[in-house]
Design a binder for this molecule. Structure first.
Ligand code: 5GP
Length: 118
């Protein structure tokens, strides 16, 4: 079953696309939790990290180089930013099309709230 992200990649659903090439698409999150909140997704419909294969390594690397490029464009290179990939139910994944969150534009604090610690 296709996800909303596939429809965004194919131009069939609206989104503010900030980057697209043969391997990945990046667009603004519809419900941002930071001044900069961009999702970087593979054009290929891979549900989660659990389904990535060795043949996907070029695409996975592209996700990082595109994250760096967008971070620079957004003025985050010096300030810093956070990349998050949620996986599965307990990982908090909501959309089952692999994606990397690029977050920045404010101090993001510790990686996880203390209430999530052991
Ligand atoms: P997850 O929890 O799966 O890692 O994150 C999914 C993200 O997708 C959430 O931050 C959510 O706001 C975003 N999202 C869900 N539906 C849409 C949509 O239709 N358009 C956009 N641009 N982002 C979406």
């Amino acid at each position: 079953m296709s996800t909303i992200f596939e429809r965004i990649i194919d131009g069939e659903a609206p989104a503010t696309i900030v980057y697209q090439d043969d391997l990945v698409t990046a667009f603004k999150d519809i419900n941002p939790i930071a001044p900069v909140h961009i999702l970087i997704v593979p054009n290929k419909a891979i549900p989660s990290v659990q389904e990535v294969e060795a043949e996907d390594e070029a695409m996975l690397g592209r996700m990082f180089t595109v994250a760096r490029k967008i971070a620079e464009e957004q003025g985050l290179a010096e300030r810093g930013y956070r990349l998050i990939v949620n996986c599965g139910d307990e990982g908090g994944q909501e959309v089952y099309h692999l994606h990397m969150h690029l977050l920045g534009g404010k101090s993001l604090g510790p990686m996880l709230d203390r209430k999530f610690r052991l």
